[in-house]
Design a protein around this ligand. Structure first.
Ligand SMILES: [Fe+2]
Length: 428
């Protein structure tokens, strides 16, 4: 079974939607209600108390084995409003379909009115799909076309979907996209289900949930947010509002991600800035625009070689930015953020310097910009090139590739993957 975006019709039609005039008709702004800081849990609890009858106050808390420890942070608030709750902590990395089915069964027996997801992108994306499959068991998730497909009619059983992110990067709390794993394919493939009704009703950003994030996840999820904002800014789906958000988010990440990586929980200011930047990166990119080509390559590579999503997407940025630069000058607006002097340089010199600054930034937090340098897991060169065909197939059939600013095909995808092995500069 394939998704709607893998059909030839979608591939033929979608580039038209990138045209400014069409986007003028079909540009929407979706953002969950965001509560930040130490009053956030209380504010949301008060809302639930006021809007849900006492006899219907049942919350299913969705976590994984690591994030279930955070449940204690909200237990007092749930007790305060007489909210009965149950914890389901079996979410698996990358949201495989069988794990989602298990969550649906838990909903069927417990009948919750509220879903509270505490975790990273996989936990939140699982919660979106659990809600969808619980409410609409017969819905073909592979054929949900955003916007033009019409409403899904959710929120008849689940009244509130609440997200508490425990990483600073995925932005799943503010995106209408669920990236899940189709385990029926060999190898398993990441697929995207996108619909505005999958957006959370409330997002709680409290640094207590992210202060102890380990350095690797700080780096990898931070690079995910960086890829969202910089990828979206350099596509043709922008408008002045999203461009302004993405520019600010890129500045914030450049300033605060290295601090957050270096000092961790000792630098709560940096953590807080990254929390908000990541969430807004999803609003400015994933939920309403698209992060573009680097995510298509990152999805394919990350899934096939079991590499963290954020690390994978960050890795392809130097290549995709250079690839897109053949048809746009938008990257020039980002030069001052990286301290690049624009005057008296020709375009070629400037682009080279810009791409090098992107590489330097990723290296400054121990990210990788070529496949052979990845330390966890180490990837064998022969195995990488053996899988090239599958890498290209999955990337070329990813949802976000439909809105590549510069037309792309299998041959060009293949060339980028080849260059990414050892960091060769894009020259085509
Ligand atoms: Fe991402």
């Amino acid at each position: 079974m394939t998704t709607w975006y893998e059909t030839q019709m979608a591939k033929d039609l979608f580039p038209i939607f990138g045209a400014r005039a069409i986007r003028g008709i079909e540009t929407n702004f979706f953002l969950s209600r965001m509560y930040t800081g130490k009053s956030a849990l209380l504010r949301v609890a008060q809302h639930l108390e006021a809007h849900i009858k006492k006899e219907e106050r049942r919350a299913l808390i969705i976590t994984d084995l690591f994030t279930k420890n955070f449940v204690k942070n909200l237990e007092d608030y749930l007790k305060l409003i007489d909210m009965d709750y149950k914890i389901w902590s079996n979410v698996l990395p990358e949201a495989p379909l069988p794990s989602i089915e298990e969550g649906v069964k838990v909903c069927e027996s417990y009948n919750p009115k509220v879903l509270i997801a505490i975790g990273g992108g996989s936990v939140m994306d699982t919660a979106k799909m659990v809600m969808l499959k619980y409410e609409k068991p017969d819905q073909n998730i592979l054929m949900i076309v955003p916007s033009l497909g019409g409403p899904l009619g959710l929120r008849k059983k689940i009244k509130y979907l609440i997200f508490i992110p425990t990483t600073t990067g995925t932005g799943a709390e503010n995106s209408q996209d669920a990236t899940i794993t189709d385990t029926a394919r060999d190898p398993p493939k990441k697929i995207e289900v996108v619909h505005e009704e999958l957006l959370a009703d409330f997002t709680i950003l409290d640094t207590d949930f992210v202060k102890d994030l380990p350095p690797f996840l700080t780096m990898a999820t931070g690079l995910d947010a960086f890829s969202h904002s910089i990828g979206a800014f350099t596509t043709n789906w922008g408008n002045p509002y999203f461009d302004a958000i993405n520019l600010t988010v890129i500045k914030e990440i450049v300033q605060y991600l290295p601090r957050s990586y270096k000092y961790g929980g000792k630098d709560i200011e940096a953590r807080s800035h990254m929390q908000l930047a990541s969430s807004l990166a999803a609003f400015g990119a994933y939920g309403n625009q698209t992060p573009g080509l680097n995510h298509a390559l990152g999805h394919s590579f990350g899934k096939i070689f079991d590499v963290h999503h954020g690390l994978s997407c960050g890795l392809f940025l130097p290549y995709t930015l250079a690839f897109k630069a053949k048809v746009t000058d938008k990257w020039k607006q980002l030069c001052p953020i990286f301290g690049i002097e624009i005057k008296n340089k020709n375009r070629e010199e400037l682009l080279k310097e810009f791409i090098q600054k992107i590489r330097d930034f990723i290296h400054s937090i121990n990210g990788s910009t070529c496949v052979k340098d990845i330390k966890d897991p180490i990837i064998n060169k022969e195995k990488y090139f053996e899988k090239l065909e599958k890498l290209v197939d999955y990337a070329n059939n990813d949802a976000v590739i439909l809105v590549s600013h510069r037309p792309i095909n299998e041959q060009l995808c293949k060339k980028i993957f080849e260059y990414a092995w050892d960091g060769k500069d894009i020259d085509f």
